[in-house]
Write a protein that binds this ligand. Structure first.
Ligand SMILES: [Zn+2]
Length: 269
């Protein structure tokens, strides 16, 4: 059961809210079937709006990830069938309304697919999301980097709250990046704290000894998608980020359609 929130402040938008809900630090819909019942499923206080909008974003991303992750991956076990059901495939007994909704979503996803041949050699492919083995993929789907970035920030804000009862706010800020291996370099590796969320997610965190409010995060999702984040002084983050390698997500041409990210989430501080 989600625990009772400590107060009325939302970990994500930092606003005071009369109604506080419990939001899963690692997206609830991203836990694979293989997750043991003993695994911690941390939740943090969230206003209803952030909880709802983030939940929708996580589901929208999940459907697209599932088209891209290695179907043989145990760490993603059960997620493919969940995603197919949400598109109205492999499922019976839906109401007419629900069926229409899923048909619409399936058409939307199909409209986003692009022939992989058009993208060969172009930057923006997200490491870990295919193609797998020696097979080349016929189709690709654009995944907006902003969506991944919002989820990485959300996980980091949740972990900081759970570990240090802290809200990430001015003068601190967060910058995020995509990693290709999730490899934690020395000297960080030997100091990193491991947060284990089962086979679906693990998080490694180190903090700066001169200021424990500054931290680095390496987030592994299904052992294949690696997100990173840095909490630092907001004014200094842009300078530090210039040297960080940053994948932008696939760069579609101007005619291609992509997943929508709600303006509510885009406009968060
Ligand atoms: Zn909020």
């Amino acid at each position: 059961m989600p625990e009772a929130p400590a107060n009325g402040r939302c970990v994500h938008c930092l606003r005071l809210s009369e109604l506080i809900t419990a939001d899963h630090v690692f997206p609830n819909s991203w836990y694979p079937d293989t997750t043991p019942p003993t695994v911690q499923r941390w939740t943090v206080p969230s206003c209803p709006e952030c909880n709802r909008e983030l939940g929708q974003l996580e589901k929208d991303l999940l459907i697209r990830f599932i088209l891209c992750v290695n179907p043989k991956s145990l760490a993603a076990s059960g997620l493919a069938s969940k995603a197919l059901r949400s598109l109205g495939l492999d499922t019976d007994g839906l109401s007419e309304k629900e069926k229409a909704h899923r048909d619409k979503q399936r058409t939307k996803i199909r409209s986003e697919l692009m022939p992989s041949a058009e993208l060969a050699g172009k930057p923006g492919a997200i490491p870990g999301l295919g193609p797998h083995g020696d097979k080349s993929a016929l189709w690709s789907i654009p995944i907006p980097w902003a969506g991944l970035s919002i989820v990485a920030e959300k996980i980091v804000c949740g972990c900081e709250y759970k570990l240090r009862k802290r809200f990430v706010e001015k003068p601190y800020g967060i910058s995020t990046f995509i990693d290709s291996s999730g490899f934690v370099p020395e000297p960080y590796a030997s100091h990193a704290q491991l947060l284990d969320f089962g086979p679906g997610c693990s998080v490694r965190r180190v903090f700066a000894t001169e200021d424990p409010n500054m931290a680095l995060y390496w987030i592994s999702v299904w052992g294949t998608l690696y997100l990173g984040a840095r909490i630092g002084l907001a004014d200094e983050l842009p300078k530090l980020d210039q040297s960080a390698s940053r994948a932008q997500g696939m760069v579609p041409n101007e005619n291609s359609k992509t997943m929508r990210i709600s303006p509510y989430l885009r406009n968060q501080p």
